[in-house]
Design a protein around this ligand. Structure first.
Ligand SMILES: [Zn+2]
Length: 277
């Protein structure tokens, strides 16, 4: 795939994207699927959250960076899937946004989790019961098993326990429903997962989860990690691998509508090209 092709895909998005009346919902139509970005929670991150693995000082005087908490609805072959579920009902807005989209939560067939953090699994419940009663919850075994031993994340069992009969742990590499291919990009958490999706014979999308938290800082300076990254050096490696991908990226913490390319613009230099209406 050439970068021209990629630009072509992005432009195709530009032509077919539909903005809904409600804030925080943007739909991208492709020949074989529709991807809807749902902004769960608007966020700015304090600059003090970030540190460089190289020990270099913050390269800007900005005291905060634009971010967002997003999740994605994938509609393909008449089936509906979510990639992540956002925050719980105290902060998140998933249930209301699905109502705006006229989508019954019971029609969601599966939820693919990038990693077990509250802003990704919290929205699985509504009033302590599964919001998605018919969904299988897919989580990488390499994420789930370390999580079970991580006492700092033990409270998040609240969100997964009601789905214990619907949990599907998977190993990396094999395609999942919807044609999503899970790939391990660890560092944010031990089994942090990105999901690749073929958009056509040549173009791909990747749901990149928490590969970064502040585009403004971490695209030009990939060595900066949020303190949420469990193993920062590994997070930087995973981040750079994603920056090298010729793909349309959908980020859990990209500024809304969270669809962009990140392309090399010289040795160690990257450019963030967001979708813009
Ligand atoms: Zn997150």
């Amino acid at each position: 795939m050439t970068s021209n092709k990629l630009t072509g895909t992005l432009l195709a998005c530009l032509c077919s994207a539909v903005s809904f009346a409600a804030d925080g919902i943007m739909q991208f139509s492709f020949p074989e699927c529709i991807i809807t970005c749902i902004q769960d929670t608007p966020v700015r991150h304090q600059a003090s959250l970030f540190a460089s693995v190289k020990g270099t000082p913050l390269p800007t005087k900005q005291d905060s960076f634009l971010s967002s908490i997003n999740l994605f609805l994938l509609e393909k072959n008449g089936e509906r899937f979510l990639i992540d579920a956002g925050n719980d009902q105290r902060r998140g807005s998933l249930k209301g946004k699905l109502e705006t989209l006229k989508i019954e939560p019971s029609t969601i067939k599966a939820v693919f989790i990038t990693h077990i953090h509250p802003d990704h699994v919290g929205g699985l419940l509504w009033n302590n019961a599964p919001l998605f009663p018919n969904a299988t919850i897919y989580i990488a075994r390499d994420e789930y098993e370390p999580w079970q031993k991580d006492t700092r994340r033990a409270a998040l069992a609240t969100y997964l326990k009601p789905y214990q009969n619907k949990l599907q742990l998977f190993d990396f590499g094999n395609p999942l429903p919807g044609g999503l291919i899970p790939i391990k990009k660890a560092g944010h958490t031990p089994g942090h997962t990105v999901y690749k999706l073929a958009l056509s014979a040549t173009d791909i999308a990747i749901f990149v989860g928490d590969i970064l938290h502040a585009v403004e800082l971490q695209v030009p300076h990939p060595d900066f990690c949020a303190r949420y990254d469990s193993t920062p050096a590994e997070a930087v490696k995973s981040r750079l691998e994603i920056y090298g991908e010729k793909a349309l990226l959908f980020g859990a913490h990209f500024p809304f509508p969270a669809c962009a390319t990140i392309t090399p613009a010289g040795t160690g230099i990257y450019t963030y090209v967001p979708f813009a209406k």
